[in-house]
Design a protein around this ligand. Structure first.
Ligand code: ZN
Length: 291
């Protein structure tokens, strides 16, 4: 897989180098099946497991890039987005001469499915260090249990706080997931593996230590950022998620894209006098790199 610079306004586009450079833009229009990972499909051509790479791109403020890939699966690597973040930072990020366009939320959109919930809400006022806030609550079987993470991508430090958080799964589900073809290549090196608690045995992390005490909920935030990237532009709003997952995340994107009255395209900051530089002109592209 290779990341290639792209002109301002192109967005994130996957390019299957094994299929005559067939292109699949990373937008909600192209969301295919969603279960334990998010997949894109266009005219029968698939790209699977897009969420961790897209999360890294949004987290670092990369708006425009071509992702060249010679097969259908974006590499899982260590199960987090840290390897992507490191590769991108090593290659360098270039500021482009165009202001970033945000998808600014004007009124709430909510999706509920039983006890699962996700909603996005407007900010009353644009303030420094606010712009894309996330409030995520999880409730998994022990030993994960309940947890909540609250942060703001504009103010926060994605590379340190979110990127290292790895995906996770219960050992008991492994055979079933493998049968479904969902965790091809998942191993101790690419996910946190847990055992469930039983009446006599406390469940535990098999391949510790964790990178954060709350690594599980941080990974859900990582996934959410990657899935909401499919809105095509960075969100300017507040996101609240409870027990959600890829299906709920992408359902919210689709609802958003369908409801044109719920958002507008907007610039985050006033134009400055300078043609380039400052926070006003951010819409970044990349130098080529290998990941
Ligand atoms: Zn994930």
């Amino acid at each position: 897989m290779r990341l290639v610079p792209a002109p301002a306004g192109s967005g994130v586009v996957f390019r299957r180098s094994d299929l005559d450079d067939y292109e699949i833009p990373a937008t909600g229009r192209n969301v295919a099946k969603v279960s334990y990972a998010t997949s894109l499909m266009r005219q029968g051509v698939l790209i699977s497991t897009t969420e961790h790479l897209l999360s890294a791109l949004i987290g670092l403020g990369v708006d425009n890039v071509i992702v060249e890939i010679d097969n259908l699966e974006v590499p899982i690597l260590d199960g987090s987005s840290l390897p992507y973040v490191e590769a991108i930072l090593n290659a360098g990020i270039k500021r482009q001469r165009r202001k970033r366009e945000y998808l600014r939320i004007l009124r709430e959109i909510e999706v509920r499915d039983g006890s699962k919930f996700i909603g996005v809400y407007p900010f009353a006022e644009a303030q420094a260090g606010e712009g894309y806030s996330i409030h995520y609550s999880i409730d998994f079987p022990e030993p994960i249990g309940r947890d909540t993470f609250i942060g703001d991508l504009e103010a926060g430090d994605y590379a340190n706080l979110i990127a290292p958080a790895r995906t996770f799964g219960f050992k008991e589900d492994e055979a079933m997931l493998r049968d479904m073809g969902l965790i091809r290549g998942v191993s101790d090196a690419s996910a946190i593996i847990l055992t469930r608690s039983t009446e006599t045995l406390a469940g535990r992390v098999q391949n510790g230590p964790l990178r954060f005490p709350d690594e599980f909920v941080r990974h859900k935030v990582l996934d959410l950022i990657g899935d909401l990237a499919l809105a095509g532009r960075r969100i300017w709003g507040r996101v609240v998620a409870e027990r959600a997952g890829h299906a709920m995340h992408t359902a919210l994107v689709q609802r958003l894209l369908q409801d044109r009255s719920a958002w507008e395209l907007a610039h985050r900051y006033e134009e400055t006098a300078e043609p380039v530089g400052g926070a006003a002109t951010v819409a970044e592209s990349l130098q080529p790199s290998h990941a």
